[in-house]
Design a protein around this ligand. Structure first.
Ligand code: DC
Length: 225
């Protein structure tokens, strides 16, 4: 039976790359829930809304349309019909998404949408609360982690590939700030689900991580879980 694969972990743990490639390997859909919070932050910035104004963010979430569209195997993020895939990846949107994601009203809109997209299975959903809140009943739960140095190095590389040159110390500082926000917020903080399989990706190749996850998912598919 097709599974709901829940992957959680901090930024730079490898979850986005792994989730995208694992989805391709399994023939599943990839759901990047961080991209959804990033799209909310972008919508707020475009409307000049403060990232902590719960009431107005709640209204904003009712009005906006966030979609994931798949073109030739690549998933793009659309906000109100516009492709915002690149715009949502800037350092400002990283901090903005972390801020709006602490607002419970925003989370409840996003969780509803994520369940709508994922509940019939055949999906690799990645984020911070996939195993703990959004899909707590799935047996296919993973928590990816890596050392802070390695995570900051990956994040720096990612930005460089997007053409954003940042000082490594600044990347590390902003990553630490975001980690702090994401793990200490009151609502659905990043934490390991009790039954998640923990994978430390420091020193592992992407292929090794994918193989480990794919083996487990195949086992679950075959067991009829
Ligand atoms: O995975 P990412 O770095 O693109 O996520 C951006 C921010 O969104 C991150 O700082 C925390 C938040 N987020 C969340 O709170 N819950 C999720 N399921 C996914 C992301």
């Amino acid at each position: 039976m097709k599974q709901i694969v829940a992957i959680d972990g901090p930024s730079g743990s490898g979850k986005s790359t792994v989730a995208a490639m694992l989805a391709t390997k399994l023939g599943y859909m990839h759901l990047d829930t961080g991209a959804m919070y990033r799209a909310v932050a972008l919508a707020a910035a475009l409307d000049n809304l403060p990232y902590d104004d719960a009431r107005r963010l709640d209204e904003l979430c009712e009005q906006i349309r966030i979609e994931m569209r798949r073109n030739e195997g690549v998933v793009s993020v659309y906000l109100n019909g516009q492709d915002v895939t690149e715009e949502i990846r800037t350092p400002e949107m990283s901090l903005g998404s972390s801020a709006v994601s602490a607002v419970p009203e925003v989370r409840s809109h996003m969780v509803r949408l994520q369940r709508e997209i994922g509940s019939s299975g055949g999906i690799v959903a990645e984020g911070r609360d996939m195993g703990t809140v959004v899909f707590p009943d799935t047996p296919a739960k993973f928590y990816l982690d890596a050392s802070p140095e390695e995570r900051a190095r990956r994040r720096w590389l990612q930005l460089k590939e997007l053409g954003i040159e940042e000082a490594p110390e600044k990347v590390r500082r902003e990553m630490d700030e975001r980690d702090q926000n994401d793990t200490s917020r009151e609502h659905s903080p990043l934490k390991k689900a009790e039954d998640a399989i923990i994978v430390d990706t420091t020193g592992m190749s992407i292929d090794q991580v994918i193989e480990k996850l794919a083996d487990k998912v195949k086992e679950l598919e075959e067991s009829g879980a």
